[in-house]
Design a protein around this ligand. Structure first.
Ligand SMILES: NC(=O)c1ccc[n+]([C@@H]2O[C@H](COP(=O)([O-])OP(=O)(O)OC[C@H]3O[C@@H](n4cnc5c(N)ncnc54)[C@H](O)[C@@H]3O)[C@@H](O)[C@H]2O)c1
Length: 353
């Protein structure tokens, strides 16, 4: 993808461009009066990036899950509107998914909607969340319960940010990319696992994987922007993953929780006669490379099942999740939240201990 990736949305078309130095694009937007919302860690580590941004056009935000609140969004809107940001000027979010969510949500309602540009700095944000237009805010301890669809005006990807991420942050992004590759039965699923050690030590090697991930996601979000059909399949691994993030108090990061979630969904698919055992074994070999290190014996199974039951996409005593007949063959399914599911999940966690 040497030319920009164009994404169509109900609010217009936007571009994802790969650049050498995001600072140049940020300076251009600042000159037009944009307010920059920057992850405080990114501002510390990449100080040059915002060195030229005037103090009254800069807002720093700590990328902490408890900051994804209505209060924080209100504080942000008060700050930028107090600085006389106009309807035709933009917010620029620099950071990962947390800064993205707070900024994009605020942009979606401030003055009934203003433009925002995203400079994603985590692998997860570069390969996944930067397109699609979802904005999410937590409500109490319930994640992403409030939100809107408000795609960015532009996405500026600078791979240099990947250098300062921890290996676990990279593994998290790999988990999210794997779920797109398995959704689409992309040959890059096997390639990324073969390259697992190489991309951890040389992050520039991630570019073709990021491009493939965005290309797969683009096709689906253009067809089902508001998540009413095909886009649901991107919940593959997520229902089981979100519950894992919650019960481990985020000790297991998002993308590796999704890796566990896909592996568990595959196992349940096999148990229900939908996924061939040989194929399930092959997929397990792939996903095992990206599983998190965790003391699975310490996982409170009752709490895990209760977290599964409170997933916002759940509408009854059944668990709605995405199962697999194999790569490229995902489908929505409903499983009773019963003793049999409990046993299967318990056996799964014992098997990866
Ligand atoms: N809106 C969406 O479509 C969407 C999609 C997926 C996830 N999300 C949300 O995204 C959030 C997770 O986002 P994330 O995983 O991108 O990261 P994050 O925003 O949670 O940041 C993780 C950590 O990395 C740090 N960081 C960010 N960039 C860095 C860099 N270049 N170098 C060093 N440290 C850096 C942050 O300061 C933070 O400490 C969750 O809240 C999730 O719900 C949103």
């Amino acid at each position: 993808m040497s030319s920009p990736l164009m994404v169509r949305s109900s609010k217009g078309q936007y571009e994802v461009t790969f650049v050498e130095h995001a600072s140049e694009r940020i300076a251009g937007l600042v000159a037009e009066g944009a307010q920059v919302v920057c992850d405080a860690n990114v501002a510390r580590i990449h100080a040059d990036l915002i060195a030229g941004v005037p103090e009254d056009q800069l807002v720093l935000l700590e990328a902490l899950e408890p900051n994804k609140t209505m209060d924080k969004a209100q504080w942000l809107m008060q700050t930028v509107s107090g600085r006389q940001l106009r309807r035709n000027q933009q917010l620029v979010a620099i950071g990962g998914g947390i800064v993205q969510d707070v900024t994009a949500f605020s942009a979606s309602i401030l003055y009934r909607g203003i433009d925002w540009t995203f400079v994603p700095t985590t692998l997860l944000a570069q390969a996944d969340s930067c397109i699609g237009g979802k904005t999410s805010i937590n409500l109490g301890d319930r994640k992403n319960l409030i939100g809107s669809f408000h795609p960015p005006a532009e996405v500026v990807v600078d791979l240099g940010f990947l250098e300062s991420l921890s290996d676990d942050d990279i593994r998290s992004g790999i988990g999210e990319m794997m779920h797109y590759f398995l959704y689409a039965d992309s040959p890059l699923a096997q390639a990324l696992i073969d390259d697992h050690a190489a991309v951890l030590s040389d992050r520039k090697k991630l570019r073709p994987y990021i491009e493939e991930s965005l290309t797969i996601k683009r096709v689906v979000i253009e067809e089902d922007e508001f998540d009413r059909g095909e886009r649901n399949k991107f919940n593959y691994g997520h229902t089981f993953g979100h519950a894992l993030e919650a019960v481990t108090r985020f000790a297991v990061n998002h993308g590796q929780a999704v890796t566990v979630g896909m592996d568990l969904a595959n196992r349940l698919s096999t148990e229900h006669g939908m996924l061939d055992e040989t194929e399930a074994g092959r997929l397990h070999q792939l996903l095992a490379v990206n599983l998190p290190k965790y003391d699975w014996a310490s996982l409170d199974l009752d709490e895990y099942l209760s977290a599964l039951g409170s997933d916002k996409k759940n509408v009854s005593a059944n668990l709605t999740c995405i199962l697999s007949r194999g790569p490229g063959k995902l489908f929505k399914h409903s499983l009773p939240l019963d003793a049999s599911l409990r046993r299967s999940i318990s056996e799964y966690f014992a098997s990866i201990s």
